[in-house]
Write a protein that binds this ligand. Structure first.
Ligand SMILES: [Zn+2]
Length: 429
């Protein structure tokens, strides 16, 4: 029987998952080292040094390689993995392997459900869709209890994007408090209260806090490196190379590339063509930009070099804000006139909206919009709100619902469709 699994394109995985979740029960994510039981048969997931995944039961002589895409399991002879187990049904379960190696288990069998036995609570890397959904619903999962030594207070400080840890020349752990991405001052005995310490920490507390910070950064700031960068660039070229002609600069991992591709898929097509040439993860600072910027001259969206790289959630908000600047620059005159009109009406009614999650408080973000008195900032910030919260969520948060609905309508016009929703687009990505 030809193995159809290998012909499936890794990019259609999200589609597979959404199909599977409609017709079957989602059991959970199977991590390397976990055991899954189908009927009487237990199998353990292993990953070899080439990151190849396989299910193994040495007693039964089963060694089954999982391929990217769908892997079906059951008693039927047409299944990828055939189990001779009376408690297993003909089409028992499917395992869907994403491009990042995540294995999702779906059950077809309601009477003998598959059971995953994990060894400990684990971290599941969020997809771009997860990140936006968590921001939208304000339910970002905590890593306290998963990262050793991480407390809720530390997590809150790290998530703010302005607190970071480093070691000085003598190897002492220092807590840095950065404003605008640049550290103003540090000393090994300062700023520990920012992490919830009420006393000066002991040597051991300092080093365990430092380890927790490093692990938090590894999980929350960087995208995992489970994919092939050359292949990722090829996917990027196919989608955003000619005729868009977008270049990626200073991107570090394959998953960074996929993440950027996800975000770009949220930008109206005409805007991409007219206003985005470069995505740069280490750009040089221009004028007053703090963490990220959009440069009109080069049509470059960039994170600023030497700043703390914000975690995935902050990064998403920042980049979407900068993409909002790009959107503004692709509007036609009529649209710009209407946007300016809307801005005036928001301003005059004291209805400018701000949210809390972007390094500064909602109050400060609103103040910033009033201080700059700049329709560009208004457009950028609200384009971000529109993508992250969705039309409904954005309107719900706003004090002037009619005005906000009008603004959403203007954004939707750029897509040429009504009810544009970032989560729906990402579900199909
Ligand atoms: Zn801006």
């Amino acid at each position: 029987m030809p193995d159809i699994r290998s012909t499936q394109n890794a990019l259609s995985i999200t589609k597979l998952i959404s199909q599977a979740s409609r017709s079957r029960r989602f059991v959970g994510i199977l991590n390397a080292g976990d055991t899954i039981r189908f009927g009487h048969t237990s199998l353990t997931l292993y990953k070899n040094s080439n990151n190849c995944l396989f299910l193994r039961n040495p007693k039964l002589g089963i060694d089954f390689s999982l391929l990217s895409g769908i892997n079906t399991i059951g008693r039927g002879l047409d299944q990828h993995l055939v189990l001779r187990d009376a408690k297993v049904s003909r089409e028992h379960a499917s395992l869907i392997v994403s491009r990042d190696g995540t294995v999702r288990v779906f059950d077809h069998n309601p009477t003998n459900p598959s059971v995953i036995k994990g060894s400990m609570p684990r971290y599941v890397e969020p997809t771009t869709k997860d990140i936006i959904a968590h921001l939208r619903n304000d339910d970002r999962p905590s890593l306290a209890g998963i990262v050793k030594g991480l407390t809720r207070n530390m997590e809150k400080a790290f998530r703010s994007g302005v607190v970071s840890l480093t070691r000085d020349y003598h190897g002492q752990v220092c807590v840095m408090n950065s404003d605008g991405g640049e550290t103003t001052w540090w000393s090994p005995d300062k700023n520990w209260h920012l992490l919830g310490f009420e006393h000066l920490p002991t040597e051991q507390e300092r080093s365990s806090t430092y380890n927790a910070y490093e692990e938090w950064v590894r999980l929350q700031v960087y995208f995992g490196e489970k994919n092939d960068p050359a292949l990722a660039m090829k996917h990027f070229q196919n989608k955003f190379g000619d005729p868009c002609g977008i270049r990626l600069l200073n991107i570090q991992t394959a998953n960074d590339v996929y993440y950027v591709m996800d975000l770009l898929s949220l930008i109206p097509g005409q805007t991409l063509k007219n206003s985005v040439n470069i995505i740069n993860f280490s750009a040089s600072r221009d004028r007053s930009a703090r963490y990220a910027q959009y440069k009109e001259e080069t049509k470059e969206i960039g994170l600023i070099r030497n700043c703390i790289r914000p975690d995935k959630y902050l990064l998403t908000g920042l980049l979407l804000h900068e993409m909002g600047h790009a959107v503004m620059h692709s509007m036609n005159e009529d649209q710009i006139t209407r946007l300016r009109g809307l801005y005036k009406r928001f301003w005059n009614n004291n209805n400018v909206l701000g949210v809390d999650f972007l390094m500064v408080s909602a109050r400060d973000r609103i103040r910033y919009q009033y201080n700059t008195n700049d329709p560009d900032e208004f457009a950028a910030e609200n384009f971000m709100h529109f993508l992250i919260f969705g039309r409904q969520g954005f309107i719900a948060r706003s004090r002037n619902k009619a005005l906000t609905a009008e603004l959403c309508g203007l954004f939707e016009e750029l897509y040429g469709e009504k009810d544009f929703d970032a989560l729906e687009v990402l579900a199909k990505a």
